[in-house]
Design a protein around this ligand. Structure first.
Ligand SMILES: Cc1cc2nc3c(=O)[nH]c(=O)nc-3n(C[C@H](O)[C@H](O)[C@H](O)COP(=O)(O)OP(=O)(O)OC[C@H]3O[C@@H](n4cnc5c(N)ncnc54)[C@H](O)[C@@H]3O)c2cc1C
Ligand code: HEM
Length: 392
């Protein structure tokens, strides 16, 4: 899961809501209500937040890009987003622990959490005016403290490197807007197949972006990334067109938990869109290295066949491995031997996938539509796993 949670996930299965849960829901209600009144002034709020933060803790300025416009207040948006999810601790806490571990790459230490909390409350108070009551302040402060606590725990529990330096060994265009970039970290970087990492390139200092390794962990430690240049994107275009062998990237701690059940006792359904297939390729790579593995069906979707940048390679893999079936899906029906329609419709058109574990990877919109359709048509939530893959 990332900043953009794509679905409202089910609450406690028992149906009996505990007092703690009710309290958390009340706090979230107060936070949402107060934020809805401030939201129209989001830009001014962001300016105030960063001005306060850099005044309280000047050493944090160097953690952020020189030009703050290009990030469009990522940190503030993340704070507001997560604070409103504080009633979903089972989902949020493991992710926040990973995020805290990852934040070590910025040089974030305990005192900075206090500064960020003070700046957040100060900015909110400024724009809430008379709506800023003691109760509202307590709700925001408590929720922030829970999040900051989980992040600090995650950070303290890890004594591995705060980041890895990784040399670019190879850069190759897979199609006109997608590149394969192979890097080798300077020391072992443990990660699970399906996880993602944030990277910083020398061409775009302090603009970190998430990328998913397209391979299972290798003995030589190398990682392959598939990067697609996004229209108007600051980093992806530069990674695709300016990366050179010998460049040294920084890589943060791995995050996410897309493949929660790598034992793979049940057959697997993989649903991927665009360069969102990278972690799914990692899964196929890992299974190919095992002595036994389940049957795997992969749906690879895009608007037209030109979007299916890796279809040739996937077809070759399917020819090599009898346990792998690859189904190209395009909206215009342009993929030979494929199916036509939206991924969500085509996948659910094949039934309920009752005996499968399902991994979904792509843009937030694609994940939302696929997972919702699957739930409506009878696949259960515990079968499905996804990390939101966003260009925002
Ligand atoms: C878990 C995860 C895994 C990922 N894995 C991969 C991967 O393996 N490969 C890959 O290629 N990508 C991956 N991504 C996406 C990647 O992290 C970047 O988000 C993507 O490359 C775009 O970054 P950018 O800097 O080029 O675009 P940004 O500059 O961040 O812009 C993103 C979009 O916002 C638009 N935009 C920019 N400024 C504004 C503005 N002021 N107002 C409105 N819109 C604006 C841009 O036009 C663009 O469309 C992943 C993302 C996540 C969350
Ligand atoms: C509860 C506390 C916090 C939460 C939930 C949080 C969450 C996040 C998230 C989700 C991102 C976006 C990652 C991305 O680029 O996609 C982010 C970025 C960032 N955070 Fe945090 N963070 C917290 C505290 C802090 C603190 C204490 C600092 C130190 C000052 C910090 C510094 C940063 C920086 C420098 C970035 C990159 C911002 C940018 O690129 O503009 N964060 N944070």
């Amino acid at each position: 899961m990332t900043v953009n949670a794509v679905l409202d996930e089910p609450e406690e299965p028992s149906g009996s809501t505990s007092a703690r849960q009710r309290d958390a829901e009340r706090v979230v209600g107060i936070i949402r209500d107060s934020f809805s009144k401030i939201e129209p002034q989001a830009d001014a709020l962001a300016n105030k937040f960063y001005a306060l933060l850099f005044a309280i803790a000047p050493d944090t300025r160097a953690m952020f890009p020189a030009n703050m416009e290009v990030q469009r207040s990522r940190l503030l948006r993340a704070l507001v987003h997560f604070v409103q999810m504080v009633d979903r601790p089972h989902e949020l806490t493991p992710f926040l622990r990973q995020l805290g571990r990852d934040h070590r790459k910025f040089g974030v230490v305990t005192k900075h959490y206090e500064s960020v909390g003070t700046a957040l409350l100060g900015a909110l108070r400024h724009y809430a005016g008379d709506d800023w009551t003691d109760e509202v302040e307590r709700a925001w402060a408590d929720a922030f403290a829970i999040m900051a606590g989980a992040m600090q725990e995650g950070s303290a529990a890890d004594d591995g490197p705060a980041w890895w330096e990784a040399e670019v060994l190879h850069h190759e265009r897979l199609d006109w807007d997608t590149a394969l970039i192979r890097v080798k970290p300077d020391q072992e970087m443990p990660y699970y197949t399906g996880q993602y990492v944030s990277v910083e390139s020398p061409q775009r200092p302090r603009l970190w972006r998430y990328l998913s390794p397209a391979n299972a962990p290798r003995k030589d430690g190398t990682l392959d990334f598939h990067v697609r240049a996004v229209d108007g994107g600051w980093v992806s275009r530069s990674l695709v067109s300016q990366t050179r062998s010998g460049d040294v990237w920084k890589i943060g701690s791995p995050l996410g938990n897309l493949w929660a059940n790598p034992a793979a006792e049940r057959d697997l359904l993989l649903v991927g869109g665009g360069s969102g297939i990278a972690p799914l390729l990692g899964v196929i790579d890992e299974l190919a290295g095992r002595d036994t593995r389940p049957y795997v069906t992969m749906f690879f979707g895009g608007r037209a066949v030109d979007d299916l940048y890796y279809l040739g390679e996937l077809r070759t893999l399917a020819e090599q491995h009898s346990w792998l079936t690859v189904v190209p899906v395009t909206e215009d029906g342009s993929a030979e031997g494929g199916e036509q329609g939206q991924l969500a419709d085509v996948v659910t058109g094949h039934g309920v996938w009752r005996d499968h574990d399902v991994l979904v990877s792509g843009s937030p919109g694609m994940i939302r539509s696929t997972v919702s359709r699957m739930l409506v048509t009878g696949t259960t939530f515990d079968q499905i796993s996804y990390d939101s893959f966003t260009t925002d």
